[in-house]
Design a binder for this molecule. Structure first.
Ligand SMILES: C[S@@+](CC[C@H](N)C(=O)[O-])C[C@H]1O[C@@H](n2cnc3c(N)ncnc32)[C@H](O)[C@@H]1O
Length: 207
């Protein structure tokens, strides 16, 4: 039974995934104990773009997916639940992980977590990854260079596919411009249909 506060909805279901709202009692309880400080205090909409992308295009079979800047981890949870992937969620802020674990539990999947920043993900870690994903992780100017270095290390480590979603903020646009000059990169204008129409950009490198 889904707890309700008055008549207000306390969760969203889309792409086969459950997302609890801030007013949900479990989220309220977590907020008293865990305070993410780098905008990981809620779920961000670009994750739905990744879910829509993988629903339409699929994932390689039994892929190891690493979600960087995972926050509550909904995109990775989708990959585990609906695409059978093995998923690692990576975030610089360990305060996000209780929210990720809560959502992994209610969605009945297991997700590993790693407390690291973009620069902490070495080639040695990345060599076991098939698909690198991220949503809403390039919102400050000083995030672009660490992300650029991370994606370059991922390409060198033979990660097969990188997909990063964003509403299209200027630092992300610059990241796209940099990789569009490299072979195999695409910037896709993408619209997710659920839980409401959400439009944004996907930087896709590899296949
Ligand atoms: C806007 S939130 C997006 C969270 C999640 N991807 C989503 O779509 O709901 C940005 C996330 O990136 C994380 N983050 C910020 N800088 C980071 C860095 N240098 N390395 C790894 N994670 C970082 C934050 O802690 C936060 O969880």
């Amino acid at each position: 039974m889904i707890p309700m506060s008055g008549s207000a909805k306390t969760e969203t279901r889309a792409y086969g995934i459950r997302l609890l709202h801030s007013r949900h009692p479990e989220i309220r309880r977590h907020k008293r104990l865990n305070t993410p400080v780098v905008h990981g205090n809620r779920h961000w909409a670009s994750s739905w773009l990744l879910m829509d992308y993988f629903k339409r295009r699929g994932l390689p079979r039994k892929a190891h997916v690493m979600e960087v800047g995972c926050g509550w981890g909904l995109a990775g949870i989708y990959c585990a639940k609906k695409q059978g992937a093995t998923v690692t969620g990576v975030d610089i802020d360990a305060e996000v992980f209780p929210y990720l674990r809560l959502h992994a539990d209610i969605n009945k999947v297991e997700i590993s977590v790693m407390n690291k920043g973009f620069d902490g993900l070495t080639g040695r870690v990345l060599k076991d990854v098939d698909v690198l994903i991220g949503a809403d992780i390039c919102f400050w100017d000083d995030m672009m260079d660490p992300l650029k270095r991370l994606v370059l290390r991922a390409i060198r480590a033979r990660v097969r596919l990188v997909v990063i979603a964003d509403p299209g903020r200027p630092p992300f646009q610059r990241l796209c411009e940099y990789f569009l000059e490299k072979r195999g990169a695409e910037a896709l204008d993408w619209t997710a249909v659920r839980p409401r129409p959400i439009r944004g950009l996907l930087l896709k490198i590899g296949a």
